[in-house]
Write a protein that binds this ligand. Structure first.
Ligand code: AMP
Length: 170
């Protein structure tokens, strides 16, 4: 099955000039969702992770079933102020302004091999911040897994050194 058939392009969302990759058609088509989860899970398993870290919010949708299948802990990275316990945080630049991501200080065991999961890799800023957060918390990056990679934005270059796995490339 060609998963690109289940990704809808929405121009000028959330702001003019952005071509938003809408994954809701894939989510609502069970065989497509199953294929995406199975393939992301298989490729993630090859990295032999101890823990899966997921990025708010659409990363959660893929990471939770992957962690379930692999039988490893699932750790959420969330936007500032959402996690209830003590956190580590990393602030990173956006095109306009900045954003902060956080993780619980005790969420990752020292030296655990971590795969970070998100729905989409664009400029790589979000993934780079999440990777910094994982390392700050004591984990080692085994790899980065996304459903969609926007190749033109060269996010991969910003993540030099880490293994990046994507199922769909534009
Ligand atoms: P970046 O930090 O630039 O790599 O952006 C990645 C994050 O922003 C991911 O969590 C995506 O969900 C979201 N994102 C960025 N660009 C798009 C896009 N064109 N379509 C859908 N989501 C996007």
């Amino acid at each position: 099955m060609d998963l690109t058939e289940y990704i809808r392009d929405v121009p000028d969302f959330p702001q003019p000039g952005i071509l938003f990759k809408d994954i809701t058609p894939l989510l609502s088509h069970p065989p497509a969702l199953r294929q995406a989860i199975d393939q992301m899970g298989e490729r993630c398993a090859a990295l032999n992770p101890d823990t899966i870290v997921c990025i708010e919010a659409r990363g959660f949708l893929f990471a939770a079933p992957m962690a379930y299948k692999l039988g490893v802990p699932l750790v959420p990275v969330r936007k500032r102020g959402k996690l209830p316990y003590q956190t580590h945080s990393v602030t990173y630049d956006l095109e306009y302004g900045s954003d902060t991501v956080e993780v619980h200080v005790d969420a990752i065991s020292q030296g655990h091999r971590v795969v970070i999961v998100d729905d989409l890799l664009a400029t790589g800023g979000t993934m780079a911040a999440a990777a910094k957060l994982v390392e700050q918390t004591g984990g080692e990056i085994a790899g980065l897994s996304v459903l969609i990679e926007l190749g033109d934005l060269h996010g991969r270059d910003r993540l030099g050194g880490y293994e990046v796995i994507s199922l769909i490339e534009y």
